[in-house]
Design a protein around this ligand. Structure first.
Ligand SMILES: Cc1cn([C@H]2C[C@H](O)[C@@H](COP(=O)(O)OP(=O)(O)O[C@H]3O[C@@H](C)C(=O)[C@@H](O)[C@H]3O)O2)c(=O)[nH]c1=O
Length: 188
C-alpha cells in the first residue's frame, strides 16, 4: 500500500497493492494494522455505498457534531472527489483537494474529520463506497454549495453546464455562512 500526500497535510491518497492474475485482481480495501501503521488509526463504525449517474454531484457534506472521517473509494466508474478543510485553526482552512478516484486506478482518499466532502461522477455510472468514523447524524448534517465562489473548486464538468444535485444540496449554505469547526470539535 502506498500513501501519497496531497496539498492538504491530513488528506491522503491511498494506493492499495493490487495482485493480478489470470482470474482478475485482488486487493485489500482496509486492514486495521496496515492503516494504523500508515497513520490512519481511526475506528470505523459505518460503511456506505451509493450509485450515481454521470454528472451527479453529491456534497459538499459534513456533520458539525459527531464529525465523520471518511475512507472513500470507487468500485465502479470514476469520480472527481473533493475534500474542503473546515477547521478554522488549520493553516489550510478553506482550501480544497480534488482527486480522481476510479475502479481503474483503485485509489482511495482519506478525508479526516473536520472536512466537507463531495464528488462529481465523470463516468456513465459510479459506485461509491466509504467507511465512516462516526454514525450518520442528520440533525448535525450540513451542506455547503458545491459552486461556492470563495472556495472556487475546479469541478471537471466538461460540456455540462450544471451537475445533477439533490434538492437538499441545491439549498446548501455558502462557505462564508456555513458552520465551521473549532479545535475542540475534532479529535483525530
Ligand atoms: C448519508 C446517509 C444517508 N441516509 C439516507 C438519508 C436519505 O434519505 C438518503 C440519501 O441521503 P443523501 O442525499 O444525504 O445522500 P448523499 O448525498 O449520497 O450523502 C453523502 O454524500 C457524500 C458526499 C458524503 O460525504 C456522505 O457523508 C453523505 O453525506 O439516504 C442514511 O440513511 N444514512 C446515511 O449515512
Amino acid at each position: 500500500m502506498k500513501i501519497i500526500e496531497t496539498r492538504i497535510e491530513d488528506v491522503k491518497i491511498i494506493e492499495p497493492k493490487i495482485f493480478c492474475d489470470e482470474r482478475g485482481f485482488f486487493m485489500e480495501t482496509w486492514n486495521e494494522r496496515v492503516f494504523r501503521e500508515a497513520g490512519i488509526s481511526s475506528v470505523f463504525v459505518q460503511d456506505n455505498h451509493s450509485r450515481s449517474v454521470r454528472n451527479t454531484l453529491r456534497g459538499l457534506h459534513y456533520q458539525i457534531k459527531q464529525p465523520q472521517g471518511k475512507l472513500v473509494r470507487v468500485s465502479k466508474g470514476e469520480v472527481f472527489d473533493v475534500a474542503v478543510d473546515l477547521r478554522e485553526y488549520s493553516p489550510t482552512f478553506g482550501q480544497w483537494v480534488g482527486e480522481y478516484l476510479s475502479s481503474e486506478n483503485h485509489r482511495m482518499l482519506w478525508v479526516p474529520p473536520g472536512f466537507a466532502h463531495g464528488f462529481l461522477v465523470v463516468s456513465d455510472t459510479a459506485d461509491f463506497q466509504y467507511k465512516c468514523t462516526n454514525i450518520y447524524a442528520p440533525e448535525y448534517e450540513r451542506s455547503i454549495n458545491w459552486n461556492d465562489q470563495e472556495l472556487a473548486i475546479e469541478w471537471p464538468l466538461g460540456d455540462a453546464t450544471k451537475p445533477l444535485v439533490s434538492l437538499k444540496d441545491q439549498q446548501a449554505d455558502s462557505f462564508s455562512n456555513a458552520d465551521k469547526y473549532t479545535k475542540g470539535d475534532i479529535s483525530l
